[in-house]
Design a protein around this ligand. Structure first.
Ligand code: NAD
Length: 289
């Protein structure tokens, strides 16, 4: 018999990940607050979170941020009758939220595996997206088949929820900084008279190479496609979460994401202010535009 997996949040990333579970042979029961249009082919739509968690043992989240993940986790906790035993959260929620959600779910007897992803929508479709996950031995063992259904590239990075978020925030700090720095470098070169395509060719065989020069610029800026499927607001959220985690570690008072109160992440403060501006100007636009 086929196992049933629940899915909540069918946006750019969730739609692709849920489709992978369908292709892997799971019966997928899926819900998105924006309506049934986002339910991928082959999955069954559910009217609400209660219906998803009542029909599946494991529920996967792909939600915008920690506040939404915590709210949906709360809806699962509140279910009186049969409910899911495990939550796999692929959203980028930050370290503090992952710990809080894991604690609340544990109090209700529901396991939580912190499992953020990196590699874009194209990586999700190709099953090469990196899934980094953290959770107890028992919780990780129980959701192993579901994680295998999401992607072929998976690494357990720790036994406590929150550790995978720490790695994901470090990753997105790097990719956000590379993109901001590459934009400045390309603008410098083109204003000096260089051609963008030539610059990218050389940079990709040289030490300036990064995800920005290898993927974002050639596939989305040079081609003017601007369709990597990751919005400015999501990137701004991730860099702000990174900075918040650094400041929490250092016991600093966090007044704003780009506050100068961040002696141990000067680059993080600069990168956060860049993405805050992009998100304020065009929150729903693709990050490369
Ligand atoms: P998105 O905005 O496209 O999708 C989020 C979906 O959640 C939307 O369809 C929305 O309707 C739904 N939603 C919101 N509140 C809900 C609720 N209460 N109940 C049910 N559904 C609800 O965002 P995305 O790009 O798919 O990203 C999802 C998560 O994955 C984010 O945490 C993001 O940081 C992370 N992520 C995205 C990418 C990417 O390339 N897009 C890469 C890595 C990680």
């Amino acid at each position: 018999t086929r196992a049933t997996v629940g899915f909540v949040g069918l946006g750019s990333m969730g739609g692709a990940l849920a489709a992978n579970l369908v292709a892997a042979g799971f019966d997928v029961v899926a819900h998105d607050a924006a309506g049934p249009d986002r339910v991928p082919v082959g999955a069954v739509g559910a009217a609400d979170v209660a219906e998803v968690a009542g029909r599946a043992d494991t529920v996967v989240f792909s939600l915008p941020d920690g506040a939404v993940s915590e709210q949906v986790a709360g809806e699962i906790i509140a279910l009186a009758g049969r409910r899911a035993a495990y939550v796999v959260d692929t959203s980028t929620v930050g370290v503090a939220a992952a710990r809080r959600i894991a604690g609340r779910l544990a109090g209700a007897g529901v396991g939580y595996v912190d499992a953020p992803v990196s590699g874009g929508v194209a990586g999700a479709r190709a099953r090469t997206i990196a899934v980094m996950f953290a959770g107890s031995d028992a919780d990780c063992a129980a959701v192993t088949p579901v994680l295998a259904g999401l992607s072929d590239r998976r690494t357990r990075v720790g036994d406590e929820p929150g550790l995978a978020q720490a790695l994901k925030l470090a990753n997105n700090f790097l990719s956000a900084t590379a993109l901001a720095a590459t934009s400045e470098a390309i603008a410098f070169g083109t204003s000096a008279g260089l051609d963008m395509a030539t610059m990218l060719d050389v940079l990709n065989g040289a030490s300036g190479r990064s995800s920005a020069t290898a993927d974002k610029f050639p596939n989305h800026v040079l081609t003017e496609r601007y369709a990597a499927g990751f919005t400015n607001s999501l990137m701004a959220k991730d860099v702000a979460l990174y900075l918040a985690a650094v400041q929490e570690r250092d016991g600093a008072v966090r007044s704003s994401p780009n506050s100068p109160n961040s002696p141990n992440s000067r680059i993080g403060a600069v990168t956060a202010s860049v993405w805050e501006r992009f998100a304020a100007a065009a929150p729903g636009a693709d990050f490369t535009r």
